[in-house]
Ligand binder design. Structure first.
Ligand code: COA
Ligand code: AMP
Length: 651
């Protein structure tokens, strides 16, 4: 177990074993466990130490290891006999295109793109912002950065200019790589004006920009700032791999916190490579040569870990899908892709399955496709309702595995590790802690909660390799946000419980973060946008249940005294502001003007009560409420929205 063997192609593989045995082996000697698994990666200088703990609670994995990530994604496989294997399948129903790249082709292209970035001045440690749709050039750009030892920061295409600006401001890129447009089923998303606006907000001298012109809409270039993708690559020399320390950052990925300021999650290079390679085998049961498809977006952590890095580290074929689960053209799209490309392992968000189920409840489309290669469907990104899980199991006749993780961890915390041993599924549970994670439920005093009791889901430090070691912009912020609540533990900000058999149930967030269609949003950030409207005195945003998207944000706003304008007009302006400032991905469509917000006597807005009323859940009138009549007003507003607000129990 954990020993590295060598395949016919000379590629190291890691032996597997049963779940309990593997978990125990990790528990007995975590450092030996992770040092053993380091053999899954090819190093320029092999690490002799697993963990650097001298600056605890900040931990670093493989402190003396040196490697290059891109070498492990591409060069190694080309050298070891995978040159002609398909590495990447680009399938784009929105443009009617499909393209494949072998490992050799992907290596040649990536080395040229790296050469182009180097010619534009990008060096080891520089940041490169990538604001692109789901096109192969986005992956080429990410790998080119990794080749040069530069740090990429991908920004999701559904974010608006302000969000892009705050990321540019925080990480100060040497280069921005973008495209002329993204393609949503109903519209073309022009990236040019968004990029220009973001750079205007940031101010100062803009960095150089490489723009991929797409035929669906070409953008006007800015003289002296922009070059096209073709110009950037013209006559360029291929670049080699730059060796970096295992602890050097590979990327920064911004995610929503409780405020409008996104957190820059830092990912190191060596620990991430080791953890992802192992996870491909141990969690997903994906072998080299398998076709692995994560139907997500490269702007999210799932896209980073399981569209790009995990599958290519493992020598799989990865699928990049530029389309939707429904509407491109129908609810059979996922099954068409699985059949056409022989997908062995599929990973998506529950919301995608809900969308398919809504349009094709009888799963007629499944029957029309040959899914004989599909072994397992994995779901993550939000809590999976048992109905959706059962529907997928029944329709596909395959195991459907719910698993839990976060941008911060970069790979799963709790899963059914089918590559080790498939455990019985317990409805509503993401199964058990993955070896490497010591998951505990703590009560408000920091004591361990008894089995079955809900509390704060925490992970005992140190987090395993691959998890964020810190935040961009400082260890203090990392410690403050995640490590200070409970000494010696990482706070996941999820609430849940663990049953007598060690099954983990993730129930809800404990902060102001909500998951909308598998996208992580900060209700605090939306509140900041509403509060900035000149007519708004105060506001509250909560996530309310939605059949398709899991949760959607709903806003309540109180107007300043004397504002006489039409309420519906103000509400429309608030919706438009959120779309302009955060982006369409916020799915913010519902805001109501109310006389007052329910608050405690000390002025705290009772967001939990608002959400429970809106979702028709049980709730009690808080003893500390300032004015109980506000709740009547709220009940009318919710009823008017078509919700069925619940009455207080005991009222
Ligand atoms: N660029 C620009 N705009 C985008 C975008 C992108 N990359 N992605 C989404 N948007 C826009 C959509 O066009 C939509 O705009 P609209 O308000 O004009 O209609 C808005 O953002 C909301 O998008 P979404 O939440 O995706 O809703 P939808 O109704 O378009 O689609 C689903 C619903 C369920 C089909 C879709 O959410 C989905 O595929 N979800 C899976 C999510 C996923 O994979 N998450 C990753 C975690 S694993
Ligand atoms: P993100 O960082 O965008 O991946 O979002 C992470 C958050 O999504 C977690 O903190 C959870 O709140 C939620 N989440 C992810 N996977 C699951 C799951 N399987 N069950 C419940 N919640 C999940």
């Amino acid at each position: 177990m954990g020993d590295a063997g060598v395949t016919a192609h000379g590629c190291k593989v890691i032996a597997m074993g049963h779940y309990e045995e593997t978990y125990r082996r990790w528990q007995q000697d975590p450092e030996a466990f992770w040092l053993g698994l380091a053999g899954g990666v090819e190093w320029e200088q092999e690490p002799e130490a697993a963990l650097e703990a001298s600056e605890a609670p900040i931990y670093r994995w493989y402190p003396d290891g040196h490697l290059n990530m891109c070498f492990n994604l591409l060069d190694r496989h080309v050298r070891d006999g995978r040159a002609d294997q398909t590495a990447l399948i680009y399938d784009s129903p929105v443009t009617g295109q499909a393209r494949t790249y072998t490992y050799r082709e992907l290596l040649d292209e990536t080395a040229r793109v790296a050469g182009a970035f180097a010619r534009l001045g990008v060096e080891r440690g520089d940041r490169v912002v990538i604001y692109m749709p789901m096109v192969p050039e986005a992956l080429l750009a990410m790998m080119a950065c990794a080749r040069l030892g530069a740090i990429h920061s991908v920004v999701f295409g559904g974010f608006a200019a302000n969000e892009l600006a705050s990321r540019i401001e925080d990480c100060r890129p040497k280069l921005i790589v973008s495209a002329s447009c993204g393609i949503e089923p109903a519209r073309i998303v022009e990236y040019g004006p968004l990029l220009n606006r973001a750079l205007e907000i940031v101010g100062g001298d803009p960095p150089r920009c490489v723009i991929l012109q797409r035929p669906q809409h070409e953008t006007v270039l800015v003289d002296g700032r922009d070059v096209t993708w073709e110009e950037a690559l013209d006559g360029v020399q291929a670049a080699g791999c730059v060796t970096v320390r295992a602890t050097d950052p590979l990327y920064i990925l911004y995610t929503s916190g409780t405020t409008g300021v996104p957190k820059g999650i830092v990912r190191d290079t060596g620990g991430y490579a080791v953890a992802l390679r192992w996870s491909m085998q141990a969690i997903y049961g994906a072998e080299p040569g398998d076709v692995y498809w994560a139907a997500s977006d490269i702007g999210w952590v799932v896209g980073h870990s399981y569209i790009l890095y995990g599958p290519l580290l493992q020598g799989c074929t990865t699928v990049l899908y530029e389309g939707k689960p429904v509407g491109t053209p129908d609810a059979g799209a996922f099954w068409r892709v699985c059949a056409e490309h022989g997908v062995d392992v599929l990973f998506t968000a529950p919301t995608a399955i809900r969308a398919i189920k809504r349009d094709d409840p009888g799963a007629e489309h499944v029957r029309g496709h040959d899914l004989s290669r599909l072994r397992t469907l994995f779901l993550a990104g939000e809590r999976c309702d048992p109905d959706t899980l059962e529907w997928a199991e029944r329709s596909l006749g395959r195991p459907v595995i719910d698993h839990w993780w976060q941008t911060e961890t970069g790979w799963p915390i709790v899963a059914n590790c089918v590559g080790l041993e498939r455990l019985p599924v317990q409805r509503g549970s993401a199964t058990k802690a993955v070896p490497g994670y010591d998951v505990r439920v703590l009560d408000e005093h920091g004591s361990q909660a008894p089995a079955g009791e809900i509390g704060a889901l925490c992970v005992k430090l140190p987090l395993p390799p691959g998890c964020s070691p810190t935040l961009w912009g400082g260890d203090d912020r990392w410690v403050d946000a995640y490590l200070s609540r409970y000494d010696g533990y990482y706070l996941t900000a999820d609430a849940g419980y663990i049953d007598d058999d060690g099954y983990v149930y993730v129930m809800s967030r404990t902060d102001d973060v909500i998951n909308t269609a598998g996208h992580r949003l900060s209700t605090g950030a939306i509140e900041e946008v509403l509060a900035a409207h000149p007519d708004v005195a105060e506001c509250a945003v909560v996530g309310i249940a939605d059949d398709l998207k899991g949760q959607v944000p709903m806003g309540l706003a109180v107007l300043k005294a004397g504002v006489e304008r039409e309420r519906s007009q103000i509400a429309g302006e608030l919706v438009a502001r959120v779309r302009d400032e955060i982006g369409p991905v916020a799915s913010f469509k519902e805001v109501r003007i109310v006389k007052a917000l329910p608050k405690t006597r000390s002025g705290k807005i009772l967001r939990g009560t608002i959400r429970k009323m809106a979702d028709g859940e049980e709730w009690r009138i808080p003893a500390t409420i300032e004015d109980v009549t506000v709740l009547d007003d709220l009940r009318h507003v919710l009823a008017d929205m078509g919700r069925a607000p619940s009455a207080a129990t005991g009222a």
